[in-house]
Structure formats: C-alpha cells, structure tokens
Design a binder for this molecule. Structure first.
Ligand SMILES: [Zn+2]
Ligand SMILES: [Zn+2]
Length: 306
C-alpha cells in the first residue's frame, strides 16, 4: 500500500506543482489503484508516473472546486479510448453526476465502460468489502467537502505450522478446520482448539485523506489513530487569518489535528502557490514543532504505508 502524490498545489498550477490529485496504490492488496481528487492534467501526471488508467477502480472527489475536479472529464474519456476497460466507481458530493453527464453530453463524448457515480450528501459508509472499509465525514470548507477514512480489514490469522509440527499434528484435512478456529478431534483421540495454533493476526492499516478544510471535529473523527493522515496546509501560520477566511488550514493547524487524533504520521499537501519547493523545509518545520513525524508532499512523492 503506497501513496503517490500527483498534484500538491492549492488552487492553481505552478511550474513545480500540479493541482490536487493523490493516488493510493493497492496493487499488492487488490491489483487496483484508487484516486483521490482529480485536478487538471492528472492524466498527464499518471502517465509520467507510469500509472495505468486501466488499473483505476475507484475515484473519490473531496469537493467540486475546479482544482480538485477539472481533470476528471479528460481522464474518464481517455480511458474510453482503451480496450476492455473495467468498470469504475466515482464518489463525490452531490452535483458531480450532473457535471460529468453535462460535459460528456455537450462534448459528444462517450464512455465505453461502466461508470457508477455515487453522490454523497452526508456522512456514510461508501465501501465495505472483503479487504477495505471506506467512510466519509463532511469537513468545514466554503462548499460541501468530504474527508475519507480508509481502513484495511485485519488479515485472517495463519496457522502456526511450527507449533503444530512440534505437537505432532501433521498436515491433513483437519488443517482447514483449525484455520477457522474450530475444535477438532484427531485420529489419536486428542481434542484440540484451532485458535491455540493461530499465528499473530496481521492488523490492517488505516489512513485518512482529507479535502480542503479549516480545523474541525470531523477531521479528528476521520483521523483518529490512523497510520497516515493526509491534511492540507495551504499557508504557513503567519497567514492563519487569511487561510481560515478562505476555508483552509495552516501548517500549525494541520499538525494540531494530527496530534489530537494521535496519528502515526502526518503528510501535508495543498501548498499555496506563494511558496516554492525551496520553502518546503521551513513549511514542514512549522508542523514538526507540534507534530514531529510530519512530511511535506511534492509532486510524485511516494510514501509506503507500513
Ligand atoms: Zn483546493
Ligand atoms: Zn476548495
């Protein structure tokens, strides 16, 4: 599981940063890619990062501001030029369906694959399948804006083969029952409990990917105890008033949310175009004074989630 930042600029592109898009690489977990936000030219960024549109399974849009949205029509229709594309599910605030349908209609475009659009109006569970649960909460921005919490389900325990061998329980049809934690009677008469032969449960990982927001309770609900929190930090803290008036957070405010939510790592993104990459160190230092394990994302930054 890996995060690949495709666009990290707030509001507008710069020569160094593209507008918002973040890819969650789940190739190892489910052989797919999930995309969070799709600013203009996200398909170019995917091409440069050698990420296949064919592997896209889900797209989550946080809100309908252009810097998070305007890359969608191009990306969706380019995907239609490829053969045998798998279905795609698009999640986003109410209005996203009308946006997509209008662009496709007016430009006489079409899609060759099934696109399901799930419009969100309030906090809900969006995904609950064998491997993941995704929930959302409404943040506090100038328009309806959601943050997403992605929870990987714990992996079912494996049998501790060494322990079984040590107790003289050799491989056989009863292994399947032991793996399920059932009680089994062996040929030699012994009655054993499968759970006593379980190895350690591999805990699933958790992350929160938030859209634009001022500090709010919903951010803490989404980020509580996650391994990685992705939070916007549009301005340094000397511009706190300006940031908050426009519905954004500062470095210090993002770090305070990370601290309150007891996350393991904070990654800040959505950096104002007033700063260049040379300012990265001084930006991230403001966060680290409050929350030490903070990183700042640049375009094409990758973070492995352990
Ligand atoms: Zn934005
Ligand atoms: Zn916005």
């Amino acid at each position: 599981m890996k995060l690949i930042f495709l666009g990290t600029s707030a509001g507008t592109v710069t020569v160094e940063r593209n507008v918002s898009a973040l890819l969650l690489d789940l190739i190892k977990e489910r052989n797919t890619l999930w995309l969070f936000d799709c600013g203009e030219a996200t398909q170019h960024q995917m091409l440069k990062a050698k990420l296949s549109l064919a592997k896209l399974e889900k797209i989550f849009i946080t809100h309908l501001h252009g810097d998070h949205l305007f890359g969608l029509p191009g990306l969706l229709t380019t995907r239609s030029l490829m053969q045998n594309m798998s279905p795609l599910t698009l999640y986003g605030p109410k209005g996203i369906k009308q946006f997509i349908e209008t662009v496709i209609d007016i430009s006489s475009s079409w899609l060759t694959y099934k696109l399901d659009i799930v419009e969100i109006e309030h906090p809900m569970t969006l995904v609950d399948d064998q491997t993941f649960i995704v929930t959302c909460e409404a943040l506090s921005h100038r328009v309806l804006c959601f943050g997403y919490r992605i929870v990987e389900k714990d992996k079912s325990p494996r049998l501790d083969i060494e322990k079984l061998n040590a107790d003289g329980i050799l491989f056989g049809p009863h292994y399947a029952k032991l793996k399920l934690g059932q009680i089994v009677q062996l040929d030699d008469g012994r009655v054993i409990d499968g759970r006593q032969y379980w190895g350690a449960v591999k805990k699933g990982r958790k992350l929160a990917i938030l859209g634009d927001t001022v500090p709010c309770d919903a951010s803490i609900i989404l980020a509580k105890h996650v391994d990685v929190l992705v939070h916007e930090a549009t301005q340094k803290h000397d511009l706190v008033q300006k940031a908050n008036e426009r519905g954004h957070s500062t470095t210090v405010q993002a770090a305070e949310i990370a601290l309150k939510s007891q996350v393991k790592k904070l990654i800040i993104t959505h950096i104002s175009p007033r700063y260049c990459l040379e300012n990265n160190q001084s930006i991230v230092d403001e966060c680290r004074k409050i929350f030490v394990n903070t990183e700042i994302a640049s375009d094409f930054s990758e973070f492995e989630i352990e």
